[in-house]
Design a protein around this ligand. Structure first.
Ligand code: 5GP
Length: 121
């Protein structure tokens, strides 16, 4: 899938629309989800034009891959979730209902989160 430079997270990275930032370094930006699904719901995105995990891990330079995943851990720590627990999730493509075509890892926490997926499928 070709990267769409007009997607909402690309606009956030370019500073064209605001976000409620929780962390930023040279590799990643983290901000609160606009429609939180848990008491803590933060998105971490890499600073690069990648749609999802497949193109990111295939095409991104090693320092960006390292920096991005390190940022996910740093943010979980910064949010105070390491002791209590948290969930990370990255949707990719139609079956996963990915809405924004820029790689992002959701961090959920702040309460017991229940089973990982809706049962019955
Ligand atoms: P996906 O379904 O692609 O994994 O998740 C996209 C997430 O981005 C959703 O949880 C949605 O609430 C969030 N989101 C969509 N637009 C915006 C926005 O403009 N700002 C922020 N902070 N989050 C957004």
């Amino acid at each position: 899938m070709l990267y769409d430079t007009g997607n909402i997270f690309a606009k956030i990275l370019r500073g064209e629309i605001p976000c409620n930032k929780v962390y930023e370094d040279e590799f990643a930006l983290a901000f609160h989800d606009i429609n939180p699904q848990a008491p803590v719901h933060v998105l971490v995105i890499p600073k690069g034009a990648y749609v999802s995990m497949a193109d990111f891990t295939a095409d991104a330079p090693a320092d960006l891959i390292t920096g991005f995943f390190r940022a996910v851990g740093t943010v979980a720590n910064q949010l105070g979730l390491v002791e209590s627990g948290y969930r990370t999730l990255a949707n990719a493509g139609a079956d996963a209902h990915q809405e924004v075509p820029h790689l992002h890892i959701h961090i959920f926490g702040g309460k017991p989160l229940g089973p990982m997926l809706v049962k019955g499928h």
